[in-house]
Design a protein around this ligand. Structure first.
Ligand code: GH3
Ligand code: MG
Ligand code: MG
Length: 729
C-alpha cells in the first residue's frame, strides 16, 4: 500500500467517528491481551478494560448530544445500562487484578445483573416506537427463537446449575444470569425480527446484545464446568459488544433507530424460513441425541417446548392463510373488495333474500370518459383519481354494504336488505358523491369526473346473481347511452325472467312496502305474536322443499306476508271480538281474501300474488271461500299459505281463542288433512315442524299505529280511502 492510500484510508476513518472509535477500541482490546497479567501489567489491564467499557458510555452521550435522536430516552437507557455495566467491570477487574480476589458472588455481580433490566427497558421502548401493534408475525417469529433459546438455556445452564450442590447465594446468582439473558434476548429478537428499516446503527446495536448474550452463555457453561478464569477470550467478546454499542450511537443512522416502520409486518423471506425451521428442529434433535446417548432427561421440558413451538407455528400459518385471503379479496389500488368477493357475497345475499322474501340490490358504477384522464394526465394520475373515486363511493355507503372494484374503472356495490323505494336515491347518492367536486390528480391540477350508475334488485329485476348483474349492466349501458352522469334502475328494454314482469319500477316496491306495514298493523291488533312474518317465512321454506322454482317460492313468501291485509277493511270490533260473531259479522270477516286481492291486484306485476291471497281460505275439498275452488284448482302457493296461516293462528293467543299447544295444533292439521288442507302440504309441514324448522312464533314489538286508535269506532271510509290512495298512486 503506498503512502497516499494509507493517508486516504486514515482520512476516511477520521471522517467517520464510529469507525475511528471501533478501530481505537479494538486496538485497546489487543493491548489488553498483549500486556502480561503480572506485576504492573495487572494495573494496565484493569485500566485498559475499564476504559474500553466506559468509552461506550461516553460514545452514547456524545451521539445523543450530536445527533439529537427523537426520542432520546431509549438511547439514554442504553447509555445508563452501559454505565452500570462499566461500574461492574471496574469492580470486577479491580478485585481480580489488583486485589487478586475471585470471590463469587461479588458486588460486581449485583451491578452486572442490574444492567439487564435497563437494557430490556430500552429495547421495549424501541419496539414500541418501531413496530406497529398489529405485527403479530414478527412477534411469533421472535417467540419461536426465544422458546428454543430458553429451552437450551434451561437444559444446559439453568437445570444443571439448579441441581448443583452449592450455597444459596451462589446458586441464585448463577441462575439469575441465564434468566436475565433470555429476557434480553427475547426483547432483542422481537426488535430484530419485527418490521422496520435496519440501518448500520441498528445492526451494531443488535451486535451489542447478541455479543453480551453469547459471552454470558459461554461464561455460564465455563462456570459450571469449573474452567472459567478471568481474562480469557470471553473478555474480547464482552468488550466487542461494548464497542458495538458505542459505535451504534456514533453512527449517523442512529437517529433512525426509533423510526416507525411503514410496513405492517416483516416478510417471510427464505432466510427467515430457514432460521425458523432450524430453530424448531433443535428440540427434537436434542431429544434424539439424549436418546442415542441413553440418557434421556428433561423430557417434560423438551416436550413442552415442542408443544409451544407447534402452537406458534400453527398460529403463524393461520396468519399467513388469513393474509392470503385478505389479499385475494382486496384490491391493491383502492383498498376496496375485489370482483371475486362481491360475486361471492352477491350469491349469498340473493339466497338470503329468497329465504326471507326480502330484497338485495346491486349497483354498477362506471366512470365517464375515464380514458381521457389517462390520455391527458398519464396513467399514475388516473390511478390517483380512481383511488379518490373509491374513497368517495365508500363515503356514500353504509356498514354492511359491499363495495368492490369490479373492473378497471368500474365499481360494484351490493346492498343487502335494501329498503324498497330507496334504490334510486341510493344510486343518486353514489353519482352525487363522486361528482360533488373536482378530483386532484396532481397537487395543482384537478379534473371534474362523473359516473354513470346501473342498478338491479332481487327479485324485481332478476332471480339469480347472474340475472342481476346482467340487468345492472344493461342499465349502466342505458345510462351511458342517454348521455352519462346519470342513473338507470333495472333494464326497461328487456323482458325480465322474473314474475313481476317488465317495466316494474321502484314505485311498486314502495307500495309493497306499504302493504307490509298494513300487514304488521293487522297482526299487531290481533296478537302480541308475529303472524304474517312467520307465515311468509314458513311458506318460503315449504315452497323450497316442495321443489318450486324461484318465482313460485318468492310469490308464496310475499303472499304469506300479505295474506291478511284485506282485514284492514273489517271493522276492528269484529277482528278483536271475543264473543261469538253474528252471521253479518262473519260475512264481513270473510270478505278479507277478496279485499286483499283487490288491494294487491292494482299493483302491476303482482296479479299472481293477489290471486294467491284471494285463495288462501279455499278448502282442498271445495268447501272454502270465496270461490269454492278445490284440489289443484287452488294455486299451490295458496295451499301452502293456508297451512302456515292455520298453524300461526292456532299457536297464538287471539281475542276470541287462547293458543293451542303444539300437540293440539298438530291434531288440528291432521284433522284438516285432505278436507281443509292439501294433504302433501300438511305432511311436509308436520315433518318440518318435527325437525324444528317451522312453527315457532316470535314475540313482536309494537308497530306504529296506522289504524285509528282503539277508542271509538274506526272510520272505515277514511281508512279505505287512505289505503287505496296509497296503492294506486
Ligand atoms: P365511458 O365509460 O364513459 O364510455 O368512457 P371510458 O373512457 O371510461 O371508457 P372505457 O371503459 O372504454 O375506458 C376505460 C379506461 O379506463 C381504459 C383504461 O385506460 C382506463 N383504466 C382501466 N383500469 C385502469 C387503472 O387501473 N388505472 C388507470 N389509470 N386507468 C385505468
Ligand atoms: Mg368508463
Ligand atoms: Mg368501463
Amino acid at each position: 500500500m503506498n503512502d497516499s492510500r494509507v493517508r486516504q484510508r486514515l482520512r476516511a476513518l477520521v471522517g467517520r467517528p464510529w469507525l475511528t472509535y471501533l478501530a481505537v477500541g479494538f486496538t485497546a482490546t489487543a493491548v489488553y491481551y498483549l500486556v502480561p497479567a503480572t506485576g504492573p501489567g495487572r494495573a494496565i489491564r484493569t485500566v485498559t478494560y475499564c476504559l474500553v467499557s466506559a468509552s461506550a458510555v461516553a460514545a452514547v452521550l456524545n451521539g445523543v448530544l450530536r445527533r439529537r435522536p427523537k426520542p432520546r430516552l431509549p438511547l439514554l437507557l442504553f447509555g445508563l445500562s452501559q454505565l452500570v455495566y462499566a461500574a461492574a467491570d471496574a469492580t470486577f477487574y479491580t478485585l481480580h487484578y489488583v486485589f487478586n480476589s475471585d470471590a463469587f458472588p461479588s458486588p460486581a455481580d449485583a451491578l452486572y445483573l442490574a444492567h439487564y433490566p435497563i437494557v430490556v427497558a430500552g429495547l421495549a421502548m424501541l419496539i414500541r416506537l418501531r413496530i406497529p401493534r398489529r405485527d403479530l408475525p414478527g412477534l411469533l417469529d421472535a417467540a419461536v427463537l426465544s422458546v428454543v433459546a430458553g429451552m437450551l438455556s434451561w437444559l444446559f445452564l439453568v437445570g444443571p446449575q439448579a441441581r448443583e450442590e452449592s450455597p444459596v447465594l451462589i446458586k441464585v446468582t448463577l441462575l439469575a444470569y441465564p434468566l436475565m439473558d433470555i429476557a434480553m434476548l427475547a426483547a432483542g429478537l422481537r426488535l430484530i425480527l419485527g418490521a422496520g428499516r435496519r440501518p448500520t446503527s441498528f445492526l451494531l446495536l443488535a451486535a451489542n446484545f447478541l455479543a453480551i448474550f453469547a459471552a454470558d452463555t459461554l461464561y455460564g457453561l465455563q462456570q459450571l464446568a469449573g474452567t472459567y478464569h478471568a481474562g480469557n477470550y470471553l473478555d474480547a467478546i464482552w468488550l466487542g459488544g461494548n464497542l458495538a454499542l458505542g459505535a451504534a450511537a456514533l453512527h449517523p443512522s442512529m437517529n433512525q433507530l426509533g423510526r416507525r416502520s411503514h410496513a405492517r409486518e416483516p416478510g417471510l423471506g427464505p432466510s427467515r424460513v430457514i432460521a425458523l425451521f432450524a430453530a424448531a428442529l433443535i428440540a427434537p434433535a436434542v431429544l434424539l441425541i439424549q436418546d442415542v446417548r441413553g440418557m434421556l432427561h428433561d423430557v417434560p421440558v423438551i416436550a413442552t417446548a415442542c408443544g409451544v413451538l407447534f402452537a406458534l407455528t400453527i398460529a403463524r400459518m393461520t396468519g399467513l392463510v388469513a393474509d392470503q385471503r385478505r389479499l385475494a379479496i382486496t384490491d391493491a389500488l383502492t383498498g376496496l373488495h375485489t370482483r371475486r368477493y362481491v360475486e361471492e357475497r352477491l350469491a349469498i345475499e340473493v339466497a338470503r333474500a329468497r329465504r326471507r322474501a326480502g330484497m338485495a340490490a346491486v349497483f354498477i358504477v362506471d366512470v365517464d370518459h375515464f380514458k381521457s384522464v389517462n390520455d391527458r394526465y398519464g396513467h399514475p394520475a388516473g390511478d390517483r383519481a380512481l383511488a379518490e373515486i373509491a374513497a368517495r363511493l365508500r363515503a356514500a355507503t353504509r356498514t354492511g354494504d359491499v363495495l368492490a372494484r369490479y373492473g378497471g374503472e368500474e365499481f360494484a356495490l351490493l346492498v343487502p336488505d335494501v329498503e324498497a323505494g330507496t334504490l334510486g336515491a341510493l344510486a343518486e347518492r353514489l353519482r352525487h358523491e363522486v361528482g360533488r367536486s373536482p378530483i386532484a390528480v396532481f397537487e395543482d391540477t384537478t379534473v371534474a369526473l362523473t359516473v354513470s350508475v346501473g342498478a338491479a334488485c332481487y327479485p324485481l329485476h332478476g332471480g339469480t346473481p347472474a340475472d342481476l348483474i346482467a340487468t345492472a349492466d344493461r342499465a349502466l349501458y342505458a345510462a351511458k347511452a342517454q348521455g352519462r352522469d346519470q342513473v338507470v334502475i333495472g333494464a326497461a328494454d328487456e323482458q325480465t325472467p322474473y314474475p313481476l314482469g317488465a317495466g316494474v319500477g321502484t314505485g311498486q316496491v314502495t307500495k309493497v312496502d306499504f302493504l307490509r306495514q298494513v300487514a304488521d298493523e293487522i297482526d299487531g291488533c290481533l296478537s302480541g305474536h308475529e303472524h304474517s312474518h312467520a307465515v311468509g317465512r314458513w311458506a318460503v321454506l315449504l315452497s323450497t322443499r316442495l321443489g318450486h322454482d324461484d318465482g313460485t317460492t318468492w310469490r308464496a313468501g310475499l303472499a304469506g306476508r300479505l295474506h291478511d291485509i284485506g282485514k284492514v277493511f273489517v271493522p276492528r270490533e269484529i277482528l278483536t271480538s271475543a264473543a261469538k260473531l253474528t252471521d253479518e259479522q262473519w260475512r264481513l270477516l270473510r270478505e278479507h281474501p277478496m279485499a286483499g286481492y283487490r288491494l294487491v291486484a292494482v299493483i302491476p306485476g303482482l296479479d299472481a300474488v293477489a290471486e294467491i291471497i284471494r285463495q288462501h281460505h279455499e278448502f282442498f275439498d271445495g268447501n272454502g271461500y270465496p270461490d269454492k275452488l278445490a284440489g289443484t284448482d287452488i294455486r299451490i302457493e295458496a295451499r301452502v299459505v293456508a297451512v302456515c296461516d292455520a298453524w300461526a293462528a292456532m299457536r297464538a293467543d287471539r281475542p276470541y281463542q287462547a293458543a293451542l299447544d303444539e300437540e293440539q295444533a298438530r291434531e288440528q292439521l291432521k284433522l284438516g288433512r285432505g278436507t281443509q288442507f292439501d294433504p302433501d302440504v300438511v305432511d311436509l309441514f308436520l315433518d318440518l315442524h318435527e325437525s324444528g324448522l317451522v312453527g315457532d312464533l316470535r314475540l313482536v314489538r309494537a308497530v306504529p299505529a296506522l289504524l285509528p286508535a282503539q277508542a271509538g269506532p274506526p272510520d272505515q271510509e277514511t281508512l279505505s280511502a287512505k289505503v287505496f290512495q296509497n296503492i294506486s298512486s
